[in-house]
Design a protein around this ligand. Structure first.
Ligand code: ATP
Ligand code: MG
Length: 398
């Protein structure tokens, strides 16, 4: 007898009322796309449940992939048998022998009301079969090493032992699209990950300033994007040539306001990309109080230039929490590579920590940045990052 199913549970989605159908549909599609390197693996749905049929593939690599798919609450390897007491007993015994355990508990659940034995009765029947046919095992209903779950549904009975935690959240794509302002730092990739976890499909925008920023700094951003793609679908990265505009800002504007004005330019250009790409929000790695550009006054001044919603998943987090997530999602090591960022190159000596909107508007009115903004937008290079490593070509996966 072989474990040939992975049972997928989608906790939070059960709460989503009318949307539930589209959520489940999205989860099934996302999962199937992620498993494209396992041609025999099939994602199936029955009433209230989703399964991956392994069809001969080893379970471990598939479980690893499932653990990164948002919308999955938990998963378990499952044995599938007919709704037949003898088959159920045999499969439960198999599951117990495979588990690394000394104490166990049977938890039967009868969903199929035509099945002749109730849940409690099945606990007894299966439990005593396990005790009689093994040595050295005891029942512990409070803290068992393993819980043998027996789920008797209309179409079949599923026997599972281990419960593996999933990534939680909502399936990517069910919450619309957002444009992530992605630097090479620690914060913005984590912000992107958290937005994806709420079902957001991302595109990314990166501002670079060659020759002040190098090819390696650009590659770093693409590598970070690739890590994010691991949790969702392919991501388009828009690379904006920012040198000229940045130089102009630092030449024409007082040093203390240059940082804030540069951020405003980023938002303006990002909004233009949103319009082109039909995206309805921006996402940043901003965090209250971290640096000069992230005070309340500063966010107030920067935010003035767009009326798009700005999603800031890290706004109230401690740096340590952000670092923990970045390690978990494997972006930390890339983020700390010491390649220069466009914002670190042009660092004003004393940026205003409390910039004022009226002052900034007066300053910006003194110089026409329009042509340079247009030029930056016209020079955008778009790269499609997919799951395959060096592959930068777009494949529409769904
Ligand atoms: P990060 O770790 O994400 O770089 P940070 O703590 O360094 O963030 P800032 O440099 O103030 O903070 O940047 C705030 C946010 O502005 C970033 O999280 C990111 O969303 C955006 N941002 C900064 N620089 C760039 C860039 N070169 N290209 C795209 N977005 C950027
Ligand atoms: Mg940064």
């Amino acid at each position: 007898m072989q474990y040939d199913h992975i049972l997928i549970r989608y906790g939070e989605m059960a709460l989503k009322g009318k949307n539930i159908r589209s959520f489940i549909q999205a989860l099934q599609e996302n999962l199937q796309v992620k498993l494209k390197d396992f041609p025999n693996a099939k994602v199936k749905r029955t009433q209230g449940r989703m399964f991956v049929l392994l069809n001969g593939h080893e379970p471990e690599p598939i479980i690893e992939i499932c653990k990164k798919v948002f919308g999955i609450h938990s998963l378990s390897l499952a044995l599938k048998v007919e709704n037949d007491v003898e088959q159920i007993k045999e499969a439960a015994l198999e599951a117990l022998k495979k588990a690394d355990a000394r104490t166990f508990k049977v938890a039967a659940k009868r969903v199929d009301k035509n099945f002749p034995h109730g849940s409690l009765e099945m606990n007894q029947i299966v439990g005593s079969h396990l005790l009689v046919n093994t040595e050295g095992y005891t029942v512990d209903v409070h803290e068992p090493d393993v819980e043998i779950k027996v789920e008797i549904r209309e179409e079949a009975t599923y026997i599972t032992s281990e419960n593996i935690s999933g990534a939680g959240g909502l399936p990517v794509g069910t919450a619309g699209k957002s444009l992530l302002l992605l630097s090479g730092g620690i914060d913005s990739p984590v912000a992107g990950y958290l937005a994806m976890k709420r079902g957001v499909q991302l595109e990314a925008i990166h501002f670079h300033s060659p020759p002040y920023t190098s090819e390696r700094a650009r590659q770093k951003v693409l590598d970070l994007t690739k890590k994010l793609v691991g949790y969702g679908k392919s991501i388009k990265v828009h690379i904006v040539p920012f040198t000229k505009l940045q130089q102009e800002i630092f030449r024409e504007m007082p040093d203390s306001y240059a940082m804030t004005i540069m951020r405003r330019m980023m938002f303006r250009i990002a909004e233009a990309v949103c319009e082109q790409e039909n995206i309805l929000s921006l996402t940043t790695g901003e965090n209250l109080g971290q640096v000069a550009s992230q005070t309340m006054e500063s966010m107030h001044a920067i935010n003035e230039v767009t009326n798009y919603p700005v999603i800031r998943p890290l706004i109230a987090m401690d740096k340590a929490e952000v670092v923990d997530i970045s390690k978990e999602i494997d972006t930390y090591e890339i983020s700390i590579l010491p390649y220069e960022d466009c914002c670190t190159i042009f660092v004003p000596k004393s940026p205003k920590t409390r910039p004022r909107r009226d002052k900034i508007n007066a300053l910006e009115a003194r110089h026409d940045f329009g042509p340079s903004i247009e030029e930056a937008i016209a020079g955008i290079e778009t790269i499609h990052i997919t799951a395959k490593s060096e592959d930068t070509e777009f494949e529409d996966l769904l």
